[in-house]
Design a protein around this ligand. Structure first.
Ligand SMILES: O=C(O)CCC(=O)C(=O)O
Length: 300
C-alpha cells in the first residue's frame, strides 16, 4: 500500500477534479459483495434482473447491509480527503450500488445534488472488484470542474419558459449536460477512463463531468458503490434550486441520522431497486455476514 497524504490527495482533487485513493478496502469490498449475494438469495421475490441478466442500480442498499455501510464508515483515507474538502466531517447522504457498469453519459452531478452554499457535495466511488477497460470503468473529463458554469437561468428558460422549474426533468438535465460536454470539447479537454483495483476509491468534485464508459465485455460484472456525501445536515436540492442559483434557500436539513464507527448516514427508511421499487428497510435483516469476522481495514 502506498504512503498517503490527505492534503496531496485534496490538491489533486481540486486540480484535476478527481483523485484515486489507494484506500485498502479490498477485504471489506469482498465482505460487502458476500453480504449482497446473501441478501439477494434471501429475497428472490424482490430482486428482479434486467433483460441483460444484471440488476438495475440499487439505491441506498447500505441501509440493508452493514458490510456495505463499512465501505463508507471505515474508509479512513477517503474520509480524510472528504473532511479536508468540506472543512468538517463528511456524512453519507445516499448511495448507488452497481452490479454492472452504468454506461452513463458524461454529466455533472450538481443539478441533483445542489446545496446552499453550492458545491458542498462529493461523489465517492469505491470499486468492489477490479475494474479495467473491459467492464465499463468510470470516465472523467479531467479539469472539467474548472470550466465556468453555464448560464443556467437561460438554459432553464429554453425548457420551462414560465420559470416553473420542477425538481427533476430529463429534458432539462440533458440540455445542460450536453452544453457542459460541448464546452469541454471546445476547450480541448480529454475524456479518460479510470481503471482501478478492488478496494480503490475515486473521489470526484461536484462539478466534474464524469460517467460510465462503454462495457466492452457484457459478461463481466463491475461491482461498485457510489457514495454521495455532504457535510452533516446539508439540505440537498434538485433542478428547481440548481437552475435558480440566486434563490435563497435553507442550507440545513432536519435529517434523521444513524452513526457507525463515528460516521453519520441518513436513515431514508427505504431501499430502492432500480428507480421503480421501494422496499422498506425493515424488510432486510441487519447483516448476513458477522462483522466481527471481517478483518478491519488496515490503518495507514
Ligand atoms: O459508476 C459509474 O459508471 C458512473 C456513476 C456516476 O456517474 C454517478 O453515479 O454519477
Amino acid at each position: 500500500m502506498m504512503a498517503f497524504d490527505a492534503q496531496e490527495a485534496l490538491d489533486a482533487l481540486n486540480t484535476d477534479g478527481f483523485v484515486v485513493v489507494d484506500s485498502d478496502m479490498a477485504v471489506l469490498a469482498d465482505a460487502a459483495v458476500a453480504e449482497f449475494r446473501a441478501i439477494e438469495a434471501e429475497h428472490p421475490d424482490l430482486f428482479k434482473r434486467e433483460p441483460d441478466g444484471r440488476y438495475p442500480r440499487l439505491i441506498n442498499f447500505h441501509l440493508a447491509s452493514p458490510a456495505l455501510r463499512r465501505i463508507f464508515t471505515d474508509n479512513e483515507r477517503a474520509l480524510a480527503v472528504q473532511d479536508a474538502f468540506f472543512g468538517e466531517p463528511s456524512s453519507l447522504y445516499t448511495t448507488l450500488f452497481y452490479e454492472k457498469g452504468s454506461a452513463q453519459d458524461l454529466h455533472r452531478d450538481t443539478p441533483y445534488f445542489t446545496t446552499r452554499p453550492e458545491h458542498r457535495y462529493l461523489g465517492v466511488w469505491t470499486a468492489l472488484e477490479d475494474v479495467d477497460e473491459e467492464n465499463g470503468p468510470l470516465m472523467v473529463m479531467r479539469g472539467g470542474h474548472l470550466m465556468p458554469e453555464e448560464h443556467r437561468e437561460a438554459i432553464a428558460a429554453e425548457v420551462f419558459p414560465d420559470g416553473d422549474i420542477p425538481h427533476s426533468s430529463d429534458e432539462l438535465w440533458v440540455r445542460y449536460q450536453d452544453k457542459v460536454a460541448a464546452s469541454g470539447r471546445e476547450r480541448g479537454l480529454k475524456i479518460e477512463t479510470v481503471p482501478v483495483k478492488k478496494g480503490d476509491t475515486i473521489i470526484w468534485h461536484p462539478q466534474l463531468p464524469h460517467g460510465g464508459s462503454v462495457i466492452r465485455d457484457p459478461q463481466r460484472t463491475r461491482l461498485s458503490l457510489v457514495q454521495h456525501v455532504t457535510p452533516l445536515n446539508a439540505q440537498v436540492y434538485g433542478l428547481d434550486a440548481f437552475f435558480n442559483p440566486n434563490k435563497t434557500l435553507p442550507s440545513e436539513a432536519g435529517w434523521s441520522y444513524e452513526t457507525s464507527n463515528g460516521r453519520s448516514y441518513i436513515d431514508h427508511g427505504v431501499v430502492g431497486i432500480g428507480h421503480m421499487t421501494n422496499v422498506p428497510r425493515i424488510t432486510f435483516p441487519q447483516g448476513m455476514v458477522p462483522q466481527s469476522e471481517v478483518r478491519p481495514a488496515l490503518s495507514h
